[in-house]
Design a protein around this ligand. Structure first.
Ligand SMILES: Nc1nc2c(ncn2[C@@H]2O[C@H](COP(=O)(O)OP(=O)(O)OP(=O)(O)O)[C@@H](O)[C@H]2O)c(=O)[nH]1
Length: 431
């Protein structure tokens, strides 16, 4: 016999019709009425002879027969209606655990330690019709639903799950949910997931999975433990929503917020944010940090002679050359119109000079066709500075800028390191 908790969605009439107790009652009532009718028919001869019986001799046996029948009828009806009267007054999810014979089930929860069991929940019998309705609701729910047992094997997936994952049911059932992992989710996320659901709570999070086609997709998941009637975790139900599109939009917004539209490298705002992170790291751990400031020489002339399209193309190519010359951990950003900043974590001034020289030469070798079809000469001036303890980011930027200014003064297409004198402002030593 199957049961379900909570009866608030059932009308009295439905309860009445669903209860086996009611069916039995109806049967007994019909039986009593039939018996009474048969008794009357059998006593027909007596009535025919004596009317309603012999009052003097007390020979009217119909009256006690009917009395006993009605009494039994009243007892049976009371027996049938009493549980409904009791449960009707209780909250929707309250009552007592009982099966159709009235036997209490072991209630949920851990009752070790001599606690009084809580019999406040009632379990009402559920018809096959109701169960079919619930199953259809889960089967065709718009969210993907998966049920795994407590050994981590998949026991159920609904239609939406099959559609999202691209697998057939037979390819999924009995296997581990790990089959969907794209391999990007950090192990701490899974550790947190298991810790949460094994402690009986609901875990919510975003996970990157892989469809059967190999395509990766993002899902927002809520996983909750299911307990059996003895309070033990027997299954886990996961409700999953495909959020790949939303993630894509978020990524687009992130790109817009961080990336310079013309060049594809970091924009000024993001550059400063990342540079500040690196400055703090250098400060805290006493690590070296260098910063390069790169500026295209006579860029105004390029614009004027060849037009803005060629000017833009020049900016793009210089940016790409800068980005292609550095390590993954370095940060390249567009600081101004034709000015770029390169942040070099863990780099001493010697290393910065080496990179700056190489970069200057690579940029001088860039080939861009001008408006007249002739190559455009592109050179850059570079100033650089090493982080000194206590430097604020503005000071570090100003130091590199001072060196760049000096490089321009020296005739451009050269690299200059900042010196103490340059840091202090007045013109000084040039390297
Ligand atoms: N095509 C194009 N031009 C830009 C962009 N941003 C700034 N500029 C132009 O770049 C030019 C920069 O000129 P200046 O600051 O005088 O510098 P310069 O001509 O490179 O001279 P030096 O730096 O002293 O060698 C200005 O004419 C700006 O209008 C851009 O995104 N695209």
């Amino acid at each position: 016999m199957r049961y379900v908790l909570g009866s608030s969605s059932f009308t009295w009439f439905q309860r009445l019709m669903l209860s086996p107790r009611t069916s039995l009652t109806i049967f007994l009532v019909v039986a009593f009425v039939s018996l009474t009718a048969v008794g009357l028919w059998m006593l027909d001869g007596v009535f025919a002879a004596d009317g309603l019986g012999d009052a003097e001799t007390g020979g009217n046996i119909f009256v006690p027969f009917l009395g006993v029948s009605l009494l039994l009828l009243a007892v049976v009806i009371a027996w049938a209606v009493w549980p409904l009267l009791r449960t009707a007054g209780a909250p929707a999810d309250a009552g007592s655990d009982s099966d159709e014979s009235g036997t209490a089930f072991p209630p949920r929860g851990d009752f070790s330690g001599g606690e009084t069991p809580d019999f406040s929940h009632v379990e009402l019998p559920v018809s096959e019709y109701a169960l079919e309705t619930y199953k259809a609701a889960v089967d065709h729910a718009p969210a993907a639903i998966m049920i795994t047992n407590n050994r981590g094997r998949i026991e159920y997936v609904n239609e939406a799950f099959l559609k999202t994952s691209g697998y057939s049911r037979s390819e999924i059932l009995g296997r581990s949910p790990a089959m969907f992992g794209a391999g990007h989710t950090r192990s701490e996320v899974y550790a947190d997931l298991w810790q949460t659901i094994l402690s009986g709570s609901v875990w919510r999070g975003e996970v990157c999975n892989r469809r059967k086609s190999g395509e990766e997709y993002w899902e927002n998941m809520a996983i909750s433990p299911l307990r059996d009637r003895f309070g033990r975790v027997s299954h886990f139900v996961a409700v999953r929503e495909d959020i790949t599109e939303r993630k894509g939009r978020e990524e687009d917004l992130r790109q817009l917020a961080q990336v310079d539209a013309l060049t594809g490298i970091a924009n000024r705002r993001y550059l400063i944010e990342r540079a500040e992170q690196e400055r703090r790291r250098a400060e805290r751990f006493g690590q070296p940090l260098a910063l390069l400031m790169v500026d295209i020489d006579h860029f105004k002339s390029i614009n004027d002679e060849h037009g803005h399209a060629v000017g833009d193309q020049t900016i793009r190519m210089v940016a790409q050359t800068c980005a292609g010359s550095v390590r993954e951990i370095d940060i390249v950003g567009r600081y101004g119109g034709e000015e770029f900043v390169i942040v070099l974590p863990g780099t001493l001034p010697e290393g910065a000079r080496e990179l700056a020289d190489r970069l200057r030469q690579q940029i001088a070798a860039i080939e861009i066709a001008g408006a007249d079809g002739m190559p455009v000469a592109v050179t850059v001036s570079i100033g650089f500075a090493g982080f000194e303890a206590g430097d604020k980011l503005e000071q570090l930027l100003a130091a590199a800028d001072a060196a760049l200014y000096r490089a321009k003064g020296l005739g451009r297409n050269c690299v200059v390191a900042v010196t103490d004198c340059l840091r202090k402002g007045p013109p000084g030593d040039v390297q």
